[in-house]
Ligand binder design. Sequence first.
Ligand SMILES: Nc1ncnc2c1ncn2[C@@H]1O[C@H](COP(=O)(O)OP(=O)(O)OP(=O)(O)O)[C@@H](O)[C@H]1O
Ligand SMILES: Nc1ncnc2c1ncn2[C@@H]1O[C@H](COP(=O)(O)OP(=O)(O)OP(=O)(O)O)[C@@H](O)[C@H]1O
Ligand SMILES: [Mg+2]
Ligand SMILES: [Mg+2]
Lengths: 255, 255
Amino acid sequence: MRTLATVSQKGGVGKTTLALNLAFAFAKRGLRTVLVDTDPQGAVGLSLAGKKSRQAGLAEWLAGTPLSDALIQTKLPELALITVGTPPIDGLQRWLDDLSTGEALTRLIAQLRERGFDLVMVDTPAGVGGATQGALRACADVVVPLQSEPLALRTLPQTLRAINAMREQGSDLRLAAIVLTMTRFREQTTFAVTQEAWGTLPTELLVDTHIPRDEVFLEASAKGVPVGLLRRRPPPVAGVFDNLAAELEARIGLA
Amino acid sequence: MRTLATVSQKGGVGKTTLALNLAFAFAKRGLRTVLVDTDPQGAVGLSLAGKKSRQAGLAEWLAGTPLSDALIQTKLPELALITVGTPPIDGLQRWLDDLSTGEALTRLIAQLRERGFDLVMVDTPAGVGGATQGALRACADVVVPLQSEPLALRTLPQTLRAINAMREQGSDLRLAAIVLTMTRFREQTTFAVTQEAWGTLPTELLVDTHIPRDEVFLEASAKGVPVGLLRRRPPPVAGVFDNLAAELEARIGLA
Ligand SMILES: Nc1ncnc2c1ncn2[C@@H]1O[C@H](COP(=O)(O)OP(=O)(O)OP(=O)(O)O)[C@@H](O)[C@H]1O
Ligand SMILES: Nc1ncnc2c1ncn2[C@@H]1O[C@H](COP(=O)(O)OP(=O)(O)OP(=O)(O)O)[C@@H](O)[C@H]1O
Ligand SMILES: [Mg+2]
Ligand SMILES: [Mg+2]
């Protein structure tokens, strides 16, 4: 079983978008996939929050609720989700701290392995502390979305440092890929950032597939679903994640 | 002396952009202003990081460095900055925890008051734990940027809950305003989000001034400077923050 976390110091770069859509793409390829949300923001499965506000998620599992109550089967048989649930508002800092050691996530991953999943995707909060730290400790691979804006490129080194810090502590954590997101090649900025990325970063870390800016993501995000599950017919841009999943499979040892 | 923090659970919504440009606008109005960065991302004064990597900031002040070493005078006499400095990579979670109690920030604010500042702006990390929690405890007022995308509106309640939680604990913390950011009125999304915001949120919390999408922000953010300090002549969009500062002055008791 493989484990892949979406991580970035910078906020709003497309971590959740990547996690949702990659999980869907891997599942479509026949890999039994579960997406776990560790971000109190709870963007994964957001539309569930209204209807099933009693839906158990990570927070409830941490407090002792059985895994079967937290696992949500989606319309795609090979894709399941675990929402973040309802973390405490008072005592949130403590909750994030507890996750930061990685022990609970390691335990969850072990239980998911026993259930026969092929892949666990983990979405994390912006930043590299708290829950993200826990995911870096518990997961084997990381994918980093790089938003096509100069500031995102300036703050990327911090994300890379956090990953290296794990490796220095003896972890086998690998950066599977840096993926350019929200690209818009009709704008100069995307060209500039793409050029600088390919020019300054180790090219083996970059993948060719980039996620273009497309307003269909806005609607999908607001519901916390992959674009492939948004309507009866997946929008054209959904195909981008099939390409990305194919590129990543080899990198994370699933091919 | 007033204290105003930019806060949002959601990442990448324009907290830092608002903090930088509002601080500049208030300073231009003659208010002695200092902008404090509490986000390890260190986006405030990013361009300084290269040249003066020995520049002391919040992290160094917390460790005992005198305030005068951390205070940076900008080209505008009434505007000073305190960068986040260099927080520990190993032990980052602990560093964020320590800030979360608000004690250190309260102490810093007291020292800044002694120095005769009229206003302290505080930029925070995405999320409402850690350093953001500290800022919510130490500051009197909060401004929340609301990105013109449906997901941002869905996650706004969490930010509002975090602010209310403070008030329930007896704090006088006030939400000065919710400000629509990255608006693009030629796109349907901005209309939809603006309409929903004005239709569902208490209108006294919203301000008329919105921050339009403008590529000059991309360059300014990458340098961690207000757009007004980016070139010799401030770009037209800089005027938006003058309007916003005027709208906020009354709300935070500075008028
Ligand atoms: N390719 C895209 N085209 C258009 N909009 C996008 C794209 N990718 C993401 N978005 C939008 O950008 C916003 C931020 O995306 P997302 O929430 O996935 O980022 P994030 O890194 O998870 O943010 P956070 O740091 O808050 O967790 C959302 O409103 C989303 O709909
Ligand atoms: N009005 C705008 N027009 C165009 N781009 C903008 C605008 N406001 C912000 N941006 C860009 O959006 C990105 C995110 O903005 P910013 O860093 O201010 O958000 P943030 O909320 O502080 O993010 P984080 O959660 O990472 O702290 C930056 O690249 C910035 O240049
Ligand atoms: Mg997210
Ligand atoms: Mg910021």
